[in-house]
Design a protein around this ligand. Structure first.
Ligand code: COS
Length: 387
C-alpha cells in the first residue's frame, strides 16, 4: 500500500479554494446582498453587479488563461456561483451564462472564433446567450424547427427560439439550427455564432417570470439573418453533440446555483429562528424547528458533495462527467426547492412576504428544477448510463 502523508488531503478542498470562497463571500455580503431584493422587485438586469464581477476577475472564471481567463477550472467557477447565489440567484446567473454561452466555442470553435470572442467575454465586456430551446422544442431540442441555409459564403438563419437567458443583453447568441432537414431527428443540426447587431436578428417577447427576475429571458428572432461561414461552430450537422457536450458541463452551474440558494435559505432561517421568540423562548429552542434546520443543512451539504465531485470529473475530463453533472443538478435543485419551502415555513407569515428574502429564494429555486434540462430529463440521462 502507498504511504498517505496527509489523510485529510484527498477529501478536502485545497486551501486556495477556501480562501477564494472567503473573498467572494465578503464581496457578496458587501455588494450583492444589499441589491438582491431590488433586483427581484424591479426585474432589472444588474449591470453594476456584472461590472463588479468583471472588476474582481470573476467573469474570467470560465476561461483558460490563453483566452484572458483565470484558467482555474470548473470547481473554482462553481464555488463563485454558489457564493453569489446564496444572496442573489439572478446575479449568479450572470456567471453561469458566461460559461453556458461560451462552452460551445471553447469546446468546438475554430481558433479564429476563440480569439474573436472568448477574451471579450473573459474581461466581462461581452456576454453571450445559448439559443437552443424553441416554443415547440424544449426537452426535445432534436425536434427544433429553426433552419439555416447555406448561400455562398454565408448561412441564412430563420426561426424563433424560446426561454433564452440574456435576451437583449447578449452581444452574441449561440444559435442551433437545422442544416440538413433530411438527416432525421437531432442529426442535421449545426451551431452558429450570431452577433446581436446582425440584420435579421431581433429581440422578441420578454417573459415575466416567477423567479430569477433580474435576468432577462425570452424569444430571440432570426429572420433571414445572415452570418459568415466562419461563424459555424465545429462541423456542419454536428451541432446536437455541441449542445449536449455543453450541457454536460454547464448543468453544474445550475447545481451550484441551487446549492447556494439552499444554503442562503438555511442560514437565513437559522438566524431568524434564534431571534424570533414565541411562547417565551426563541423558536430555535423547539425541536420542531431544530429538526427542520438540521435536515436543511444536511441535505444541502450532501448536494454540495455531489456538486464538487462532479466538478472534479469535468476538470479531469472523465468520460462519465455527464452522468455526474446530471446527478448533481437533479439532487441540488430538488434540495433547493425543498429547503427553501421549509425556510418559508420556519419564518411563517414573515416567510410569505417580500420584506424577507426566503420567498424570493423559493421562487428562484423553482427554475433550477427546470432549466438546462428538466429534472425528468436528468433522470433520463442518468438512467441511460445504467445499462
Ligand atoms: N455528448 C455528446 N453527444 C451526445 C450526448 C452527449 N452528452 N448525448 C447524446 N449525444 C449524441 C448521441 O451520441 C447521438 O449521436 P449519434 O446519432 O451520432 O450517435 C445524438 O447526440 C443524439 O442522441 P440521442 O438519440 O440520445 O438524442 P435524444 O433526442 O434522444 O435526446 C436528451 C437526448 C433527451 C438527453 C436531450 O434531448 C436533452 O438533453 N434534452 C434536454 C435539453 C435541455 O437541456 N434543454 C435546456 C436548454 S438550455 S436552458
Amino acid at each position: 500500500m502507498t504511504a498517505v502523508t496527509d489523510p485529510q488531503a484527498p477529501y478536502s478542498l485545497p486551501q486556495e479554494f477556501e480562501d477564494f470562497r472567503e473573498t467572494i463571500a465578503k464581496m457578496v455580503a458587501e455588494r450583492v446582498a444589499p441589491r438582491a431584493q431590488e433586483i427581484d422587485e424591479t426585474a432589472t438586469y444588474p449591470r453594476d453587479i456584472r461590472e463588479l464581477f468583471a472588476s474582481h476577475d470573476l467573469m474570467g472564471l470560465p476561461f483558460d488563461a490563453e483566452h484572458g481567463g483565470t484558467g482555474t477550472g470548473t470547481l473554482m467557477l462553481n464555488i463563485a456561483v454558489e457564493e453569489v447565489a446564496k444572496a442573489c440567484a439572478s446575479s449568479a446567473l450572470i456567471l453561469m451564462i458566461q460559461e453556458l454561452g461560451t462552452l460551445p466555442i471553447k469546446l468546438f470553435g475554430s481558433d479564429e472564433l476563440k480569439e474573436r470572442l472568448l477574451p471579450r467575454c473573459a474581461s466581462g465586456e461581452w456576454s453571450p446567450a445559448f439559443a437552443l430551446s424553441e416554443p415547440e422544442a424544449g426537452s426535445d431540442p432534436g425536434g427544433m424547427r429553426t433552419r439555416a441555409l447555406r448561400e455562398g459564403d454565408e448561412w441564412v438563419i430563420d426561426g424563433t427560439k424560446n426561454w433564452i437567458t440574456n435576451l437583449g443583453v447578449a452581444d452574441f447568441y449561440i444559435c442551433f439550427a437545422v442544416t440538413d432537414p433530411e438527416a432525421g431527428h437531432s442529426a442535421g443540426i449545426s451551431a452558429f455564432v450570431v452577433e446581436a447587431d446582425r440584420p435579421g436578428f431581433s429581440v422578441g417577447k420578454l417573459e415575466h417570470k416567477m423567479g430569477i427576475r433580474g435576468s432577462p429571458t425570452g424569444q430571440p428572432i432570426f429572420d433571414g439573418c445572415r452570418v459568415p461561414a466562419a461563424n459555424l461552430i465545429g462541423e456542419v450537422n454536428a451541432g446536437f453533440g455541441v449542445a449536449m457536450a455543453t450541457l454536460d458541463r454547464s448543468r453544474l452551474g445550475v447545481a451550484a446555483q441551487a446549492v447556494g440558494i439552499a444554503q442562503g435559505a438555511t442560514d437565513y432561517a437559522a438566524a431568524y429562528a434564534r431571534e424570533r421568540r414565541q411562547f417565551g423562548k426563541p423558536i430555535a429552542a423547539f425541536q420542531g424547528i431544530q429538526f427542520k434546520l438540521a435536515d436543511m443543512e444536511s441535505r444541502t451539504a450532501a448536494a454540495r458533495e455531489l456538486l464538487y465531485r462532479a466538478c472534479s470529473k469535468v476538470d479531469s475530463g472523465d468520460a462519465d462527467m455527464g452522468k455526474h453533472s446530471a446527478m448533481a443538478k437533479l439532487i441540488a435543485s430538488d434540495t433547493a426547492m425543498w429547503v427553501t419551502t421549509e425556510a418559508v415555513q420556519v419564518l411563517g407569515g414573515y416567510g410569505y412576504v417580500n420584506e424577507y428574502p426566503v420567498e424570493r429564494m423559493m421562487r428562484d429555486a423553482k427554475i433550477t428544477q427546470i432549466y438546462e434540462g428538466t429534472n425528468e430529463i436528468q433522470r433520463l440521462v442518468i438512467a441511460r448510463t445504467l445499462g
